[in-house]
Ligand binder design. Sequence first.
Ligand SMILES: N[C@@H](CCC[C@H](N)C(=O)O)C(=O)O
Length: 282
Amino acid sequence: MENVANSPKTPSAIAFMKMHGAGNDFVIIDSRGRDAVVTAKLAQALGDRHRGTGFDQLAEIRDSQTADFALDFWNSDGSRAEACGNATRCVANYMMHDLGRDALTLITKRGLLRAARQTDGRVSVNMGHPQLDWSEIPLSHATDTLHLPLAGDPTAVGIGNPHCVFFVADADSIDLAALGPGLEHHPLFPQRTNVEWAQLIAPDHLRMRVWERGAGITLACGSGTCATVVAAHLRGLTGRAVTVEADGGTLHVDWRDDGVWLTGPTAHIFDGTLTPAFLAAL
Ligand SMILES: N[C@@H](CCC[C@H](N)C(=O)O)C(=O)O
């Protein structure tokens, strides 16, 4: 991918939107009708909460031949992500307003996804079928993904991106900053992993906290919420339709025959422009 600062095609200023879904916050750049402008360097610089805008993920909207639009994701450390449920819901809502529709399709590294606005204004996305085989998640070697060979007996689930889900008695007592980095970089996960700690409240209700790969502690994680409900159901703790309380808000997951549906609130907070000086300094 070309470097923003060095590309002759790079706009001298780049417009962006700031959005969040249950406190999981995003910068969105709409690159429909032009070449992509986001690079790892731009994501890293912009993700700095003091010298940039700060965000958990940066998403770039692209033209697509096969869906209403395409979406690429970067974490705040500059790494790419295959999936981001909450950013997908936020962008889908913006695009549904833009296109005057209540439903649409989009393409991510995860594949073709469907999104729809509910009558109460919440936005749902079908995140596809979960990956349960060690090689798909991926793990570094063949092992039982329902009971990983790690202290705390977590479950691994792929939602296009890797997740490691622990079931604990009290999610609020977990020191995310102390445990997250070691698990994210554990050799069992060759592409690193997102980590969730979930507490059972009822068979249709969980409390969940998260350490995100490439972003650290975040207030919610859509794909992590999907992975948690899949893991909880497979371990016999919950049904397939579960409300999940994250630190930043409430999300709902329904694991249906056509895939895992994630539903929740979205918010468009403000719009801004990256200045020529910021872009030139990259
Ligand atoms: N916030 C996300 C997940 C973002 C990507 C993740 N950090 C990764 O690297 O896989 C969500 O809402 O799904």
